[in-house]
Design a binder for this molecule. Structure first.
Ligand code: ATP
Ligand code: MG
Length: 279
């Protein structure tokens, strides 16, 4: 049964192209009947497989993977990166956290800072926040007029299509947390000295506008989930289910890509003869 669940996870939480998403229909507490122990065991299997596949992706040096993580504050983007990528060779993985744009970044089109950080061949790149902020916080906070942000969905789809055609596999994940669970996590963040540094007073402002953010997320996910660059809505209230699910999505993506070790540059016997000739 669990094997079937694992196989289905990627399909289950994938948003079909053209589907109109209503987040109230997606349960942030979903666990597909799995328990913590099972999910943690499968997470370990998945991270190990991701490590093996990433080794081949790096060696193949032809294609790349871009993982986009988007969520409300404290949903667990950082912990997702830490756990899901724990078995990969750091040489082949880069993580970029997109913050408020600098004045230099704002002096360019919104994709300028993004495009410079897309993954090179052989690499996995994680975007902790991304170009989607330009149709999320920017829309909710009216940082640019509606005529400007409303054109960005098409620009994003064109941009992502170009990346796909250039050999980048894109996986976009929305960590779906409930407002109640976010409250618990914000409280923990405030009361735990190890976590308090992450707290931003602006997090409360964002939380106040929850409904506006959900509307913006629904539009972004509905308009930009494509065959090439699908969105996944991952139930996030339970950490162990979130980590298992995201690791499964990434593993499935890499398995489907099936990266191959490159051909040998020289037959090992011929290389041995050369080596003997030198020594
Ligand atoms: P956490 O989820 O752990 O709080 P974080 O991703 O929120 O981490 P922060 O440094 O707290 O990291 O916040 C980054 C801030 O930058 C967010 O509030 C985000 O909305 C904002 N930001 C990112 N991109 C843009 C953008 N293009 N325009 C405006 N604000 C942006
Ligand atoms: Mg924050």
């Amino acid at each position: 049964m669990c094997y079937r669940v694992a196989m289905d996870v990627t399909k289950q939480f994938r948003v079909k192209p053209g589907e109109r998403v209503r987040l109230s229909d997606w349960d942030p507490g979903e666990t597909l009947g799995m328990d913590r122990e099972e999910c943690e065991r499968r997470l370990a299997e998945n991270t190990e497989a991701i490590g093996r596949l990433q080794h081949r992706l790096y060696a193949e040096h032809k294609r790349s993977v871009l993982v986009v993580l988007q969520a409300m504050d404290a949903a667990g983007k950082d912990s997702t990166v830490r756990h899901v990528l724990r078995d990969v060779n750091p040489q082949g993985v880069l993580v970029t956290s997109f913050k408020r744009p600098t004045s230099n970044e704002l002096a360019h089109d919104f994709l300028w800072r993004i495009h410079r950080r897309t993954p090179r061949r052989g690499h996995i790149r994680v975007f902790n926040r991304s170009h989607y902020e330009d149709v999320l916080v920017v829309r909710v906070e009216s940082l640019v007029p509606k005529e400007v942000w409303s054109r960005r969905y098409d620009a994003i789809n064109d941009f992502e299509r170009n990346l796909c055609e250039s050999g980048t596999e894109i996986v976009k994940i929305y960590l779906n947390i409930s407002p109640e669970r976010q409250r618990e996590k914000l409280v923990r963040r405030l009361t735990d000295p190890d976590r308090a540094w992450k707290f931003e007073p602006a997090d409360f402002e964002t939380r106040k506008k929850w409904a506006h953010y959900m509307e913006a997320y629904e539009d972004a996910i509905s308009r930009c989930s494509t065959d090439n660059a699908p969105w996944f809505i991952v139930p996030t209230n339970r950490k162990w289910f979130r980590l298992f699910t995201i690791s499964q999505i990434l593993r499935d993506t890499l398995e489907r890509m099936d990266p191959q070790l490159p051909p040998l540059k020289i037959e090992p016997e011929a290389a041995m003869r050369l080596l003997d000739g030198i020594d």
